[in-house]
Design a protein around this ligand. Structure first.
Ligand SMILES: [Zn+2]
Length: 283
């Protein structure tokens, strides 16, 4: 693999897919550190750094590159950080955030907004990182017929990528209208939604709806997965005319993620053809 093969590719997903073509990967975790070194990163340093999540020491023309990745929150987070910084390195239009290169925070690592240059390049570095670490062709064989957080946990283990990154990927990839809400001790931290999911009526600091199965599972605090169950759609989405289903994965430390699956009313759909609705499969 040679950096020259990637010259003039500015789209993050195309860049990552081109690397995968060169890599001819079959299965399992993507060797992000080896890829970085093959693409002229002189050194990848992992440590319990304070005050930042990732750093890329470089110059405007990328004549050199050194990646620092904070591993205080685990290996999987650090792997994502390495991929994110590699994205800044390869996307040469990204403007340095300091004279010595890029310094990226935990918030930057989940940036999805497309606003000013700075936000846009953080978003692009994340798009590159997720396309590199969890490409569709490695993920697709792991999806069940119906959406399921258990698939995501298997993917996490198989690809050595964080659960959160896999959830975000599934929510965007699957055809069903999906959203995911992350919470800690019953309080919303943030959410992600696919393009077809109507609306999430919760924001940071809100309580998980009291009428929800998620609320009961979180209060129980028993780690594991709930079954998909029909949910009261209004507190989650602000809409009452939706069929909504929810599944929650409760972790040991008060953290939880809830997957929401909406069945849109017929007149919301724009696919022109008849479609079998039916109940989502319970298991
Ligand atoms: Zn960044």
């Amino acid at each position: 693999m040679d950096r020259i093969d990637l010259a003039d590719i500015h789209h993050p997903a195309v860049l990552a897919r081109t690397i995968h073509k060169l890599l001819a990967k079959r299965d399992g975790a993507v060797p992000v550190q080896d890829i970085a070194v093959a693409l002229d990163i002189a050194e990848v340093r992992l440590d319990r750094f304070e005050g930042f999540e990732g750093m890329l020491l470089t110059d405007t023309v990328r004549s050199t590159g050194c990646i620092l990745a904070n591993n205080s929150k685990g290996r999987r987070r650090a792997r994502f950080t390495i991929a994110h910084e590699l994205g800044h390195f390869l996307m040469e239009r990204h403007q340095l955030s300091a004279a010595t290169g890029f310094t990226c925070s935990a918030q930057n690592m989940r940036e999805t907004r497309d606003g000013r240059q700075h936000l846009r390049q953080e978003t692009q570095a994340n798009q590159f990182a997720i396309e590199l670490l969890a490409p569709d062709y490695l993920m697709d064989p792991y999806y069940s017929d119906d959406p399921d957080l258990r698939d995501v946990q298997r993917l996490r283990d198989h690809l050595d990528v964080s659960l959160e990154a896999c959830v975000r990927r599934m929510v965007n990839r699957r055809e069903e209208p999906l959203a995911a809400v992350w919470s800690q001790n019953g309080t919303v931290r943030y959410f992600a939604k696919g393009a077809d999911f109507p609306f999430v009526a919760l924001s940071k600091g809100n309580k998980i709806p009291q009428t929800s199965a998620a609320h009961r599972a979180i209060a129980n605090a028993t780690p594991g997965f709930t079954q998909f169950a029909e949910a009261d759609s209004h507190p989650w989405t602000g809409r009452s005319n939706l069929e909504l289903y929810e599944q929650t994965r409760v972790a040991a430390n008060g953290h939880a993620v809830t997957l929401l699956w909406a069945e849109l009313p017929e007149d919301d759909k724009d696919d022109g053809g008849p479609k079998e609705l039916g109940m989502p499969g319970f298991r």
